[in-house]
Write a protein that binds this ligand. Sequence first.
Ligand code: XMP
Length: 605
Amino acid sequence: MSTQHDAIAVIDFGGQYAHLIATKVRRAGVYAEIRQPEDATEKFASYKGVILSGSPSLASHGEDSDWNKDILDLDVPILGFCFGHQEIAKYYGGTVVHGGREWGAATLHLRGEHELFHGQPSQQTVWMSHFDSVTELGPDFKELGYSILGADGEPHPNAAIGSDTLKRYGFQYHPEVGDTEYGAEMIANFALRICGCSPSWNMDAVVEQQITAIREQVGEQSVFLLASGGVDSTVAAKLIGMALPEGRFKLLHVDNGLMRKEESAQVMKMFDDLGLGEHTYFVDASEDFLSALDGEIEPEKKRHRIGETFVAVFEREAKKLGIEDHLLGQGTIYPDTVETGGTKRAHTIKTHHNRVPIIEQMMAEGRVIEPLADLYKVEVRELGEKLGIPKWALYRHPFPGPGLGVRLLCSDGKVMAPPVAYAIEEVLEPLELSGHAMPIRSVGVKADLRVYEHPVIIDGGEDMETVLEGARRVLSTVPDVNRALWNLSGTPVETLIPLAAQMTRERLDLLREADALVMDGLVRHGLYDSIWQCPTAMVPLQVNGKGKELVILRPVHSERAMSARPAPLPEALIEELRIQIMGLEGVAGLALDLTSKPPGTIEWE
Ligand code: XMP
């Protein structure tokens, strides 16, 4: 860690959002590091404060309770959120019970002034997500605020608690989540006013720290970086290029056959424009990837095969080019790790291509370098701007390493039994909508756990608002459903038959065509910059006895990819895409994915 900067430790008790706390502390200008609950007390010696994260565990049941509590005896301020708040309350003599649960937005009513709430109104919106609550406080503590859910709800005590003598504090809500109105300010107040940190951490410091870290890790070796041309690997390339002397850094761009239409040619040109061209090698390995994927229909296995093939191609090319004693460079960012279950308590949502076991093995051997592994996409883009990478390269839509491989669903033609139809009809009928559960499955995330469930396709509805409401109702009430789509084909769905289909060039070309039409449409309608990402997926389904493929549009708004909202598309664009995509040979239908993340993920697999 950086010795010139004041720092805060964030203890990660699990849950998909814990890492956001560290990001928010850094946003306040203070360096933050993630630590584990069982880490030795000595590891905390240099921090000026500690934050305890939330957790999927229940403090009332004593779950995950044998962490290193000596940390609570450190002579620095400590603040806990949700589970962390309850653990602090318990340790200092308070009571936590299973009950008093709250979900979503609540109003925090402050009891009086406090440095943690400096500059904030006495009533404000906070974001709740808990089953347990603190009912009694230990002798040194007092209630700093209570919460009320809804317009005329009952007060929930102890939403914020603290002891200024002990310098121990707790919030039942999640200030790290954007939906807590003054969450960023509370975190900043803790770091700056309570812990007394000076705000010296910024993007210049990140660049400086990373360049030193890269030089230290690489030593006398060299780096060979897998560069897809996406935002992350491009920023990583620029950073590593700045850190190492001429000749010790090379890039490999692999055409895995799963890229967008004409993408590899554009990427090679982009590297030229960015001044990285002379260090970049290109290989067409599409045959390797397609034969690795042959016969595979299960999403996690597809992801594993893609990741393993990247490593095989990388090693083969390094050998061919005579690049020896090198580290594998990757543009891995934080969500790749947490979604792969790569933090101690996190569940595997999906294995990212840069986190397959063979790469984890190489990491354990110190053979991988990933300067962005701790950042989210927003920070990567800011860092890229600092490094002088032009905006057009930084603000391209994110594209996953496995590319179209996770957007082209494959099938053995067998029906995956969908949930019962009557439950769907019951929910949609009052809105004058109808729906069909699809006989295939896609990946999603519910309560921090991976799910592999059925999409429902909705028919009817004159306007998107009604269909969005229908989608919300289906997703919250029908079991075994994790996605809701709107049928844009023009003809109501009567039957959906899965067809046997593999990852073939022919199918990939059809998806490439559809994707290119979508991307063109977004640009033409001035939407490319306001929509965060818009995957186009394709499912081998015959609709009403016709065609072979259902094409799905998945436009989303997001900031850090850990959560996402469906992005509405204008009617005119939908109409153009309907005509263009339905006109492609083999296309059986077109649908718009209206699912938020959770319960869907952005990609279908
Ligand atoms: P999901 O589908 O999990 O995706 O909501 C979150 C973000 O990550 C991208 N993604 C990947 N990126 N390798 C990557 O480099 C992968 O294996 C991978 N899988 C998903 C996805 O496009 C979205 O931006």
